[in-house]
Design a protein around this ligand. Structure first.
Ligand code: PLP
Length: 392
């Protein structure tokens, strides 16, 4: 799979028309035509061939966006890919496309906190009920399905706690009950996991992270199968979501090296995870690298690799000493987004996790999230070694 990816990413989307290797940025609100007849012809083509890139207005896209959609369609092995201004826009679009008042959504308890807030404190105003299941217990998911369940929304691995779920089982339960499925696949990207092939109806990637890879772009992609396409197309039109051609261009450029960067993130993260797991101050490294663990087994069953984002569970009565550990790191920046070339560290305050029911964090246990970048791993390990001494 990754062999195909590597060559495909280097050769896809070449622009022989403009003679530029990358598809150029076509910025446009008005798309102009030679005649009124030509506008109508284009609109008819769009109706008969919705994947064909027949645009009559800038909000529908331009050739820059069409080129990126085509590349992502192949990577995702999906029917279509919708592009949104942020990753969260794709989360929002997936949910709003299929859920209606009176419906219930089942979500893994460790979804990204803004996803939780969207369903908990916004959708409930529309009489849409969010129910959270334990991501470590498929029986809990089964138990919570009702006649009203319209969508199962999975994030894999779980945000901050990095649980890996049995994805095929979730898909088969959903299919049996005629429930839509969506997955947030930002951590793995289709380089490591192709959810549409597994049977998911919708798959989200925050392009802000590894796709663009340089911490200077925001965007999202929502890959869909044929069944979900008509729902998402209708909602997307109604909402008027559109990725800017400039950001689309940068995401296409980032994708050229997605494989190379993710291979290196993985190599570095494994080295760091192994180092950290030998340190007595770390209770657990939340990363799929230790054989015979549930996390590893579930990861191995579905993923072709692991990216650079991981968690640390640390036990200490002294929270300030953990903050001091983080603050004294020299090669780790402090900031929210991840998936760029640089290493990052964050203290994950329990309050920021939202109202999680299955957080499984005992008294005096703390979560730290680190993103392992493309620096020399020896420098990162030295940095961590020096700073870990501050934990009391
Ligand atoms: C797993 C996950 N999904 C979605 C998003 C949202 O992406 P964006 O920040 O581009 O809206 C994030 C951002 O941190 C994320 O971590």
């Amino acid at each position: 799979m990754s062999k195909f990816f590597k060559t495909f990413l280097k050769h896809a989307g070449k622009d022989y028309h403009n003679q530029s290797v990358n598809p150029p940025v076509v910025r446009a609100s008005t798309l102009i035509f030679n005649s009124i007849d030509e506008i109508r012809k284009t609109q008819n083509k769009a109706r008969n061939d919705p994947l064909g890139g027949h645009f009559s207005y800038g909000r529908e896209g331009s050739s820059t966006i069409f080129a990126l959609q085509k590349i992502l369609r192949t990577l995702e092995q999906s029917y279509q890919v919708f592009l949104t201004p942020t990753g969260f826009g794709s989360v929002f679009l997936s949910i709003f496309s299929v859920v209606r008042p009176g419906d219930e959504i089942l979500l893994s308890d460790s979804v990204y906190t803004p996803t939780r807030l969207l369903v908990e404190s916004y959708l409930n105003e529309y009489n849409i009920k969010a129910i959270f299941y334990n991501p470590n217990k498929i029986s809990d998911l089964k138990k919570k399905i009702s006649k009203k369940t319209k969508l199962i929304f999975v994030e894999n691995p779980g945000s901050n706690t990095f649980e890996f779920q049995d994805l095929s089982k979730i898909v088969s339960i959903a299919k049996k009950n005629k429930i839509f499925t969506a997955i947030d696949n930002t951590w793995g990207t289709p380089y490591f996991l192709q959810p549409i092939k597994l049977g998911f109806d919708m798959s989200i990637v925050a392009a802000t992270k590894y796709y663009s890879g340089h911490s200077d772009v925001m965007g999202g992609s929502l890959a869909v199968n044929k069944k979900a396409f008509k729902y998402v197309e209708k909602a997307n039109k109604a909402m008027g979501l559109r990725l800017s051609p400039d950001d689309g261009y940068l995401i296409t450029r980032g994708l050229r090296t997605l494989d190379v960067r993710l291979d290196k993130h993985q190599e570095n993260a494994k080295k760091v995870a192994n180092f950290l797991s030998r340190n007595k101050k770390i209770l657990e490294v939340l990363y799929p690298f230790k054989k015979n663990t549930q996390r590893y087994k579930m990861w191995k069953k579905y993923y072709a690799g692991a990216s650079g984002l991981l968690g640390l569970k640390i036990k200490s009565k002294n929270k300030r000493s953990i903050i001091k550990f983080i603050n004294s790191l020299k090669f780790f920046g402090y900031g929210y987004s991840w998936g760029g070339f640089e290493s990052l560290a964050l203290y994950q305050d329990v309050r920021e996790q939202g109202n999680r029911k299955f957080l499984n964090l005992k008294k005096n246990e703390h979560l730290v999230r680190i993103h392992i970048g493309l620096e020399d791993p020896k420098d990162l390990i030295q940095d961590l070694k020096r700073s870990l001494k501050f934990i009391k």
